[in-house]
Design a protein around this ligand. Sequence first.
Ligand code: CU
Length: 369
Amino acid sequence: MKVKAAILEELNKPLKIEVVELDNPKDNEVLVKMVATGVCHSDIHCIKGDLITPPPVVLGHEGAGIVEKVGSSVTTVQPGDRVILTVAPYCGKCPACLMGVPTSCENYPQTAMLMGSMPDGTKRLKRKNGEELSHFMAQSSFAEYAVVDESAAIKVRGDAPLDVVCLLGCGASTGIGAVINRAKVKAGSSVAVYGCGGVGLAVIMAAKLVGARQIIAVDMLAKKLKFASELGATDLVNTSKDDPVAKIAELSAGGVDYAFEAIGSTTAMTQAVHSVYSRPGGMAVILGLAPIGATFSIEAWRFLREVTITGCTVGSIRPQIDIPHYIDLFMSGRLPLDKLISAHYPLAQINKAIKDTIDGKIMRGVITF
Ligand code: CU
C-alpha cells in the first residue's frame, strides 16, 4: 500500500516527506494505522549518526494507532484494536523471555533492531523507484501506517488517549520501568536522577508514585529542572553551577539510595555511581545509551558497601503486562504522562518538532495523524 512517510536521507539533514510503498504484514505481523507518535531523543541520535541504523530510513518508534490488518498466525490483536507500539518486541521462547526479561530477548536483540530491518532481517518499506528503506527499531512510526511484529503491538484500553500514552512505546516506559521493575525503589528512600529529558522526568514521576522521600533532579538546563520540580522533584541540582556528586551528598546527608543515569554520558554514569557509594546497598541504574566503546571507571574498594550498578533496557518491562498497567495508573490520575507533552504537530511539521526538541524548547513533542 502507499503511505506518506518521513525519510532521513542523509545524516544531519531535515527529513523528507514522501509517498512510499509498505508491504503487507507477514503471518506474524500486524498493520497499524498510526494515530500518534512521540519524537524521542533516539530518533535525533539517529539523525546525528550516533546510532548504527543506515539511511535512508523511516524514523519514529513511539507509535500508537489502530490495527488495520493482521497476519494469519496473529492471535493477540485483531482489526480495530487500539495498540501501543513498543520498542521491545520479543520472541517469547528464548531463556531471557522465559525468565521474564523480554527486553533482553536473544532472538530479537535491541542491537539487531537498530540495524534497519524487521526482527526477521527483512524490510517492508520501499521507495517508488524500488529502493529499500531501513526500518527504525522495527517500527518506523513517522508514517501513516506501520507493519510491526505481533509482540510489538500492545493492545490497550479503548478510552486511553493515544496522543498521550504513545510515549509508553519507548521513553516513558524506560523511566517508569527502571524505577518499578529494575530498581524496585522503596517507599521512604532517596533518589537522584541525572538528566531531565523524557526518560529522566518519567523516572521522577514514578519515584514520586512509589513514595520516594527525596527526589533530586540533576540537569544543566534551568528550564528542564523547572519541569522536574513540577513533576515531583524535591531538590534541584544545576550542573552548570554545582558539582552534582558534592551537591547531592550535601542535600542527602552523604548520598542517595538510588541514582538513575538518563543521559548516556559516561561522566554522568560515574557521578551516578559516586552518588550512591555512601549508602549501604545503594544502587546506580544506567539507562542512557553511551557511545559504543566508551568506558568509565570507579574506585573498586567502594564495593565494600555492597553497592549495585545495573543496566536497564526499555525499563526492563514486560510489555503486555506493564504498558496496560502504566495506562491504568495514568487514567486514574496517579501517573501524569500528559504533563510530559508540550506540543502536538502534524507529520508535515516533523522537522519543526525535531528542531524544537533539539533546542530544548519543548519537553516532549507528539506527531498526530
Ligand atoms: Cu526512544
